[in-house]
Design a protein around this ligand. Structure first.
Ligand code: ZN
Length: 362
């Protein structure tokens, strides 16, 4: 028979065990199916109820909930926020794996790292592990559907193909460049701007909080890039220099982890022109920092990145994302960059200038 002290000990032990279980028993270095990810979200919210809540903010075409984890220390006041979404493109499995890793890292860190605790007090993290839920499920169906990219809504009347490219469907120079009006194309931009329920869900959630969202990070694969607005070469973000500077420093942080090179620039400069992306839409809404991460690799395995690369990919991308989040936080809550930051940025520009001067003189 247990006395009350022993019982208390058992209760305490099981709480500790629950928190440890999700770290030890959940394998962050495997790809997980949608039901597993949903279950993981519930588990995370239960085990960290002091900082995590699940919010359903929309439904997919096939009427599944689109959910995010809201992570932050409650202050009772209106807070600034960081947005991160993964899995807008179904086949990019490394992206949802990264969102889950990101969540586990910040939840592990904030209890011991005063900087992360401060950020969790000042800001909420809104993390959507899988945005295109229908598409992700479809990409898990069999070998023939593994490389599905779009959502699962039917094409316009008379079209024999399904799916709209959600990252061409946002109201950002919609339908102008880098899209297709052929409903069978992988870059079909939809029948109208924001025609798709998944894009509507993001637009309405983020749109209603746009004054509070400091930073919009949308995670894709592959190509090892950090993309800044805009995809349409006729438009330039008013803070393009700062976006580049912060992006280049994030790429340095990425390289420092496993030596991988990530290129930084606008889509037309380093990839291809496009329109209707969520990143461009976020910047046009006035969210100052908007980045697309294109994770590993450079095409050897492409969308089918082997599971043994999940850990290094997540580790380096976490370092890059954290650099951006730190910068945005400090700029907002500590005023202009401090001496050390300014010196580091100046040093970086010196190097770039030197490279520019060298190549121009060759
Ligand atoms: Zn993508």
């Amino acid at each position: 028979m247990l006395n009350s002290a022993a019982l208390g000990f058992v209760v305490l032990l099981s709480a500790v065990e629950a928190a440890t279980n999700e770290r030890v028993n959940y394998d962050y270095y495997k790809y997980h199916s949608m039901p597993e990810i949903s279950k993981w979200m519930t588990q995370i919210a239960q085990n960290h109820s002091e900082v995590v809540t699940i919010m359903d903010y929309g439904q997919t075409y096939e009427k599944r909930n689109i959910s995010l984890l809201k992570i932050g220390l409650s202050t009772g006041e209106r807070k600034k926020a960081i947005w991160m979404d993964c899995g807008i493109h179904a086949r990019e499995w490394i992206a949802p794996a990264f969102c889950q890793y990101f969540v586990s890292q910040i939840l592990q860190t904030y209890k011991t790292d005063p900087k992360m605790e401060e950020m969790m007090k000042n800001m909420d993290f809104y993390v959507t592990p899988v945005l295109n839920v229908d598409g992700y499920l479809y990409s898990w169906k069999d070998n023939n559907t593994r490389l599905w990219r779009k959502n699962r809504s039917p094409g316009p009347p008379g079209c024999k193909c399904d799916g709209t490219d959600l990252n061409r469907n946002f109201d950002a120079n919609w339908g102008t460049v880098g899209v297709s009006s052929d409903c069978c194309s992988n870059t079909y931009c939809g029948s109208d701007r924001v025609s798709e329920p998944e894009a509507q869900a993001v637009a309405s959630f983020v749109g209603s909080r746009k004054e509070d969202i400091l930073c919009f990070l949308t995670i894709h694969s592959y190509s090892q890039l950090l993309l800044i607005p805009y995809g349409n070469p006729n438009f330039i973000a008013p803070n393009q220099d700062e976006l580049m500077e912060v992006g280049l420093a994030a790429a340095e942080a990425i390289k420092a982890v496993h030596g991988k090179i990530y290129k930084v620039g606008t889509s037309p400069a380093v990839l291809y022109a496009n329109s209707g992306s969520s990143r461009d839409w976020a910047r046009m809404q006035g969210i100052p920092f908007a980045y697309t991460f294109e994770l590993r690799d450079n095409g050897t395995f492409g969308f089918e990145l082997p599971e043994n690369q999940i850990q290094p990919t997540c580790e380096e991308a976490y370092s890059g994302a954290l650099h951006i989040v730190n910068y945005v936080h400090d700029k907002t809550f500590k005023g202009p960059m401090d001496g050390a930051g300014a010196t580091a940025a100046a040093a970086l520009w010196t190097v770039l200038l030197a490279v520019g001067v060298t190549s121009a003189s060759m």
